[in-house]
Design a protein around this ligand. Structure first.
Ligand code: UD1
Length: 311
């Protein structure tokens, strides 16, 4: 049993990590500034210690890492378009807070920090699938901030011996993803619209592709990264290894939901990547990772959850 800090633990992915950690019998502290997270996301999980606080304040970071063995750093403003509109606010949440977490973790002798990095780092480089040794080409402040976060992680491992692992997420979806903002993940927005009988909006021609990853796969990959012996200092993709276009996604959801509306198309979205697909070979070799829930099954679980939730 270990003591875990999940930053951003009241958010979508963070709350799934907290839930699985409690299920495995670990101690869990969550810190969240509730900017996008919600206390309600943790309400069904027994025994989580909750601290409301903003990690852009170093004192908060020092307070919450006290007594912690492992930090899962998920706190972020996780949106490409938000970062395009307000790069200063997203820089503060995605870089300043990350540096504070690292400094606090180093000084508190934390055993390992696992960081929520992003596939957006790859940008529009031509080769698919994306391998971790390919050059980064961030197209948005968000992508750049997540890349800087990774570099800080690796630097803290090299400079101070703090073990860190950066897991690059690829368009994670699942229950508890909040569909209430225009910046929400596309799957949550499409499901919400189709269940309400309104037309989803596809940005551009809808031929952009993504490696949509059900959240249970990310939880599995991140928790493997906590103990994998050769992962320290590394950047590792965790995804399914496939890709699907927005048009196909929408038609699949129309079928699952039995909706009668069809999507409308709007203009391209600034900062968008065209295609995204992970090579998951490194995750297989370093983490023993393989997707545990396939895309279609994850999508059905997710639709079922939105049908019964108030989201
Ligand atoms: C990006 C990152 C991802 C990161 C996420 C945080 C890439 C490849 N991925 O995801 O790692 O975690 O930001 O937000 O950059 N769309 C519509 N209609 C909508 C909403 C979105 O067509 O109503 C389109 C977008 O234009 C985009 C796709 O759906 O082409 C996915 O968008 P979104 O869910 O916001 O995620 P990404 O920006 O791909």
């Amino acid at each position: 049993m270990a003591r875990y800090l999940v930053t951003g633990g009241a958010g979508f992915i963070g709350s799934h990590l907290a839930e699985e950690l409690r299920r495995r019998g670990h101690d869990v502290r969550v810190v969240d500034n509730l900017s996008t997270g919600k206390r309600a996301n943790l309400a069904h999980i027994e025994g989580v210690e909750f601290v409301e606080g903003d990690l852009a304040d170093l004192d908060v970071a020092r307070r919450v890492v006290d007594g912690i063995d492992v930090v899962l750093h998920q706190a972020a403003i996780p949106s490409v378009p938000k970062s395009v509109l307000d790069p200063v606010a997203s820089n503060r949440a995605n870089i300043d807070a990350t540096l504070n977490v690292l400094v606090a973790a180093r000084d508190a002798n934390v055993r390992r920090v696992v960081f929520a990095a992003s596939s957006s780092a790859y940008g529009n480089t031509p080769t698919l699938p994306k391998r971790e040794d390919m050059p980064a080409h961030p197209l948005s402040p968000y992508a750049l901030q997540k890349l800087v976060g990774e570099q800080y992680m690796a630097m803290f491992t090299a400079l101070y011996g703090l073990e860190t692992v950066s897991i690059r997420y690829f368009n994670v979806f699942g229950p508890r993803q909040d569909p209430s903002s225009p910046y929400s993940g596309v799957i949550s927005l499409f499901i919400k619209a189709l269940l309400a009988g309104t037309a989803p909006t596809i940005h551009g021609d809808g031929e952009q592709t993504r490696d949509f990853t059900y959240v249970a796969n990310v939880v599995d990959g991140v928790l493997r990264a906590v103990t994998a012996p050769d992962a320290a200092g590394r950047v590792i993709n965790v995804a399914t290894g496939g890709r699907i276009s927005l048009n196909e996604l929408c038609q699949t959801l129309v079928g699952i939901i039995g909706a009668s509306v069809q999507p409308t198309h709007g203009p391209d979205r600034a900062g968008d990547v065209k295609d995204s697909q992970a090579d998951i070979g490194l995750a297989a070799s370093l983490l023993g990772y393989a997707p545990v829930v396939p895309f279609d099954e994850g999508l059905r679980h997710t639709v079922a959850w939105y049908r019964t939730s108030q989201a």
